[in-house]
Design a binder for this molecule. Sequence first.
Ligand code: HGY
Ligand code: MN
Ligand code: MN
Ligand code: MN
Length: 404
Amino acid sequence: MTPDRFSALWRSLEPIGREPGTGGYVRYSWSRADLATREWFVEEALDRDLDVETDGNGNLWAWWGSSDAGDAVVTGSHLDSVPHGGGYDGPLGVVSGLLAIDLLRERGHGEPLRPIAVAVFTEEEGGRFGVPCLGSRLLTGALDPAKARRLRDRDGVSLAEAMEAAGASSDNLGADPSRLARIGTFVELHVEQGRALADLDRPVGVASAIWPHGRWRFTLTGEGNHAGTTAMADRHDPMLTFAYLVLAANKEARLADALATVGRVAVKPGATNAIAASVTAWLDARAPDQSIVDALVDAVVRRVAERAARDGTSVEWTAESLSPVVDFDGGLRDRLAALLGDAPVLPTGAGHDAGVLAAHVPTAMLFVRNPTGVSHAPAEWASDADCAAGVRALADVLAELAYP
Ligand code: HGY
Ligand code: MN
Ligand code: MN
Ligand code: MN
């Protein structure tokens, strides 16, 4: 597997959903760009004589070999992006899965004793409907399908309406135990979202754990009024409370050696000449340990409530999605690290479908070096040479697991 071989397949996917100018990606689930990436995947899978299925949750599965023994070796990742995100987060795992099958065949491997599948999980980023790992959470029963059906995007379109508009039925959303039972192991290859491999000067690593993390929605309510006729002393401006929320999250995270981000905000009415009536803000909090996340959120809520009392505003908050810590299967992790020439073993603060699957099947993750360390932004990058090394590593892992 050469860098050019990797690049040839990569370049066929790369332009889909990329914004001219910024180079960022907008690939929201069930959008036109998403449908184009789905079409790309199905075509590439059929070109490889893989059996392609779309499950009731909209996840795609491309199978090499079939058996009901429940020992399938599944790889893959996701194709959706955060708004204006990078191009490698997700797609690298999907492209690498397809190329790893090519490489196994070139090495002379016939149909695997344990079926191999490349999976594409839908709405991993939660970029459109707000709940990350939507497809894998529905598959595993971690998310109530009725609640999922009602999730709405920024334009008020529900998941059910978006699926139907895309020609997909939302009637079969929900846990799929028989499909889950087919999976023996899940191995997700992903671009590293950090610089650990760059600092170690290694192209491929193995994940040890995913930090616990969650998303909280804060609704700050004040009094809308005219910007030109309301004295400063008479205002109850939720933007002040919002500014304090951002500062409190930042301060508490630094104190706790944790990570807190307020990356999304919605202001109503959102007029230049009107004092905001309400502000909705989303907090993303992460740390190596659940108790640190809990303490951080408690401290932020407490400080914002105190500030709201001073501003004459009110604050309501709710947890939108929580991902507990994931310690990957140590046996599988150590076996793969050894198989890959004592590859570095490292934790990640990013969430993944592998984190959801890990509660049900032995799961591992491979990381590919990202020299910029940047992710969820257009600067996210991996070299063709490192991506080709990732494909070779994934093929070694699939050979180890699917040809016992
Ligand atoms: O948010 C995350 O960590 C993941 O990239 N969805
Ligand atoms: Mn991501
Ligand atoms: Mn990802
Ligand atoms: Mn006016």
